[in-house]
Design a protein around this ligand. Structure first.
Ligand SMILES: Cc1ncc(COP(=O)(O)O)c(C=O)c1O
Length: 345
C-alpha cells in the first residue's frame, strides 16, 4: 500500500542497519526451537540524538515549522531519551526547547548525568518538578509554559510524552516500511517484531505499519511501565488519533495489539540484577549496548519468552533497538557484578 506522508525534517541517518544476532540466536533461541533473532539498529539513527524518538521528531519538527512555532515544549522523566533527543534536534534546526521533567527517585536525582547532562549541554531550558506535582498537574505545566512563551512573542508546539500521538506515529510507519524492505533484501519476511513500550508510540507505528503494509508479522511490545491493558488502549488511541487527524479510513485489528507486562520488575527505570547481566551479555557477545530502562528489559523478556516457547513457530524475529544508551551511565552502580567476561546464561 502506498501512503502519503506529511512533511518531514530529515534528521536521522536512514535506513538504519538490520543485523543478525548470530551468537545470541545460537545460544538462547535456536536450541529451544525459537527463531533467528535480528536487530534493527535504531540506536544508530544518529549519535547524540540516537534512538527511536528521532524518527518521530522528523515529523513533529516539520509540523512545528508548518505552524510557525519557534519553541518545542515536551516532558518526561529526568533521564528521558525523548527529551534529550528533542533538546538536540531543536538545537540543530534552530528552535528553542523547554523540557518539563519529572524528578527521579534515586539519590542521584537532579545530578547532571546521562540524558540530563546532554539536555543542559544542548542549551535546553529545564524545569524539574517533584513526582507528585508533575503527575497531578502536567497539563497545567504545559499551559503555563506555552503561555509564558506566547507572552515573550514566541510560539510553542507542545509535544506529548515520548512524542507518541497521531503525529509521532508517522515516524514508525515510515520505520515499518523501511524494516520490511530491509527484511526483504535480507531474504526473509519477519514473523515477529519486538520493541520496548514506554509511551506506546513506537509500538503503535509498528503495529499500524505491519497491518497497513500487509505484513504477517505480529508486533509485541514489552511494557516498561503501566500494564498491558494500558498499552493496548494507548496503541489503539494513537492509531485513532492518526486516523482522525489525517482522515484515514483504515481500521486497525485491535486483536493484533500484543503487549507483555511481565518484565517491568520493581518499576519504571528500576532494573534488577538479571537486566544488568543481560545488558552485559549482549555487549560481550554481540557488541551492542542496551539500556536498563527500555531495551534491556524488553530484550531480557524476549529471551525468557523465547526459551518458554512463546515464539514457537516463528522463523525470524526482529528486535527493534530503540536506543537509550545514555541511560546506562546514571545506573553505573547496578553493573558492578557484570564486569566479568560473558556470563554463561
Ligand atoms: C530507548 C527507548 N526505547 C523505547 C522507548 C519506548 O518507546 P515509546 O515511548 O514509543 O513506547 C523509549 C521511550 O519511551 C526509549 O527512550
Amino acid at each position: 500500500m502506498k501512503i502519503q506522508y506529511p512533511a518531514r525534517e530529515r534528521l536521522a541517518n536512514l535506513p538504519t542497519p538490520l543485523q543478525p544476532l548470530d551468537k545470541i540466536s545460537e545460544r538462547f533461541s535456536l536450541p529451544h526451537g525459537g527463531p533467528k533473532i535480528w536487530i534493527k539498529r535504531d540506536d544508530l539513527t544518529e549519535s547524540a540524538m540516537s534512538g527511536n524518538k528521532l524518527r518521530k521528531l522528523e515529523f513533529i519538527i516539520a509540523e512545528a515549522r508548518a505552524r510557525g512555532c519557534n519553541t518545542l515544549i515536551t516532558c518526561g522523566g529526568e533521564q528521558s531519551n525523548h527529551c534529550r533527543a528533542t533538546a538536540l534536534a531543536a538545537a540543530k534546526v534552530g528552535l528553542k526547547a523547554h523540557l518539563i521533567l519529572r524528578q527521579g527517585r534515586s539519590d542521584a536525582a537532579g545530578v547532571p548525568d546521562g540524558n540530563l547532562l546532554v539536555d543542559y549541554l544542548a542549551g535546553a531550558e529545564v524545569s524539574i518538578y517533584p513526582l507528585r506535582e508533575y503527575l497531578d498537574s502536567l497539563p497545567q505545566l504545559f499551559e503555563h509554559w506555552s503561555a509564558y512563551y506566547e507572552q515573550q512573542g514566541d510560539r510553542a508546539l507542545c509535544i506529548p510524552t515520548g512524542g507518541s500521538d497521531g503525529l509521532g506515529i508517522w515516524g514508525y510507519l515510515l520505520g515499518t516500511e523501511e524494516l520490511l524492505a530491509d527484511c526483504k533484501a535480507a531474504g526473509f519476511a519477519p514473523d515477529s517484531v519486538v520493541c520496548a513500550s514506554g509511551s506506546g508510540g513506537t509500538q503503535a507505528g509498528l503495529t499500524l505499519g505491519c497491518q497497513l503494509f500487509e505484513s504477517g508479522a505480529e508486533v509485541t511490545g514489552y511494557a516498561v511501565c503501566d500494564d498491558a491493558e494500558y498499552f493496548v488502549n494507548k496503541v489503539a488511541a494513537d492509531v485513532q488519533d492518526w486516523a482522525d487527524r489525517y482522515r484515514q479510513s483504515f481500521t486497525l485489528d485491535e486483536n493484533r495489539i500484543h503487549v507483555i507486562d511481565d518484565y517491568i520488575g520493581p518499576g519504571y527505570a528500576i532494573a534488577t540484577e538479571e537486566i544488568y547481566q543481560t545488558i552485559a551479555l549482549a555487549a560481550q557477545l554481540e557488541g551492542i549496548l542496551l539500556d536498563p530502562v527500555y531495551t534491556g528489559k524488553a530484550f531480557h523478556g524476549m529471551l525468557q519468552d523465547i526459551q518458554r516457547g512463546h515464539y514457537a513457530g516463528c522463523q525470524n524475529l526482529v528486535f527493534m533497538h530503540t536506543g537509550g544508551q545514555f541511560g546506562i551511565f546514571p545506573q553505573r552502580s547496578g553493573f558492578q557484578k557484570s564486569w566479568s567476561p560473558a556470563q554463561s546464561g
